[in-house]
Design a protein around this ligand. Structure first.
Ligand code: TXA
Ligand code: MG
Length: 322
């Protein structure tokens, strides 16, 4: 049975006892386990049906809790940490041996992050152990931004969910690797490439994603198909209208209303303007709402390729792969 909790000490105690507990962060809900306890971490992989080649991010409440987990903390990484932690940024750094290989999928590096959410910070402080947490959804599905979304996907498969209301940012953290000469953005997210490069200069070009889920991809976890809805997703834009509007099409869009919308069976407007923060905060919930209506297709308007738009376009592209 999965319990819904409002009480941080109860949730922290459960994590300390080896249970797996979903909790809110500013990006999406995470499914947390004591990162130093392999059996608890294994239960996270099992609950999500996540392949073991996909490493988990380790969450801590303060920077001094990061230091015992990593072997080096390069100056560039430190600059980003000082600027953006707590926040939607994950740093991939060489790991200390105390982090189980299961957490990092056998990689010699660990992704670490300090989330910017009062309940998450209280939970991590009370748990007093590093907490490994992927997004709290079945593998390959749409990420959860409310406790209800977590239950919809994982009810009965996890011990508890700590309910902290809807997530503020709405897309996952930006993952930046500091393993090579030049830092590389492995996943676009809540902190934009522009914000990162303003502090540390140009980052390395992104690595190609794998099209074969059975193979270990170059950037692990960055499979081309992800965020999968039951309904096929077709992209258009960012400007203009879809080439064709099949009968029973749903629309995921942003900006002022347009005449072609009358031909769609249902419309989710993420922002009346082009406010990308507003779009991100509502994105996954809107995708779920449209999918639940079981339309013939979801037509989705691409976002401008800047700032948070890049992270949103990444999620759209991967949702559209069949
Ligand atoms: O905002 C977030 O990052 C959320 C919240 C819960 O913190 N977490 C999240 O976790 O999105 P997950 O597991 O759904 O995605 C983590 C991504 C994956 O693409 C994974 O491959 C990458 O981070 N990652 C984690 N550790 C890594 C490592 N050691 N090396 C390379 N990539 C890593
Ligand atoms: Mg995820």
């Amino acid at each position: 049975m999965t319990r819904v909790l409002n009480d941080v000490p109860d949730a922290a105690d459960r994590i300390r006892r080896g249970q797996i507990v979903a909790f809110p962060t500013e990006t999406v809900y995470g499914l947390g386990a004591n990162a130093l306890e392999e059996t608890a971490v294994a239960r996270v992989f099992e609950a999500k049906q996540r392949p073991s080649f996909d490493p988990l991010i380790v969450h801590v409440p303060r920077i001094d809790a990061v230091l015992p987990l990593v072997r080096t903390f390069p100056a560039g990484a430190r600059r980003l940490a000082d600027a953006f932690w707590p926040g939607p940024l994950t740093l991939v750094l060489p790991k200390q041996t105390r982090i189980p290989d299961l957490v990092t999928a056998g990689l010699p590096a660990v992704g670490v992050r300090i989330p910017d959410h009062p309940m998450a910070l209280d939970l991590l402080t009370a748990a007093a152990v590093p907490v490994a947490a992927p997004s709290a959804n079945p593998f390959g599905g749409v990420s959860p931004t409310t406790a209800r979304h977590v239950l919809d996907g994982l009810r009965g498969r996890i011990d508890a969910v700590l309910d902290g209301g809807p997530c503020r940012v709405g897309v996952e953290s930006t993952v930046v690797s500091f393993l090579h000469d030049r830092p590389q953005i492995l996943r676009p997210g809540g902190i934009s490439q522009e914000m990162i490069e303003a502090l540390i200069g140009p980052t390395a070009a992104p690595t190609m994603h794998s099209d074969h889920p059975s193979e270990a991809p170059a950037a692990p976890g960055m499979l081309s198909r992800h965020y999968a809805t039951n309904t096929p997703v077709h992209l258009f834009g960012p400007s203009g209208s879809p080439d064709t509007i099949p009968p029973g099409a749903a629309l995921l869009t942003w900006g002022p209303a347009e005449s072609f919308e009358a031909d769609c069976c249902c419309v989710e407007r993420l922002s009346g303007q082009d406010d990308l923060r507003e779009c991100a905060a509502r994105f996954f919930a809107a995708l779920r709402v449209l999918d639940a209506r079981q339309p013939a297709v979801i037509l989705a308007r691409r976002f401008p390729d800047r700032g948070l738009g890049r992270a949103l376009n990444d999620r759209l592209r991967r949702a559209a792969v069949r």
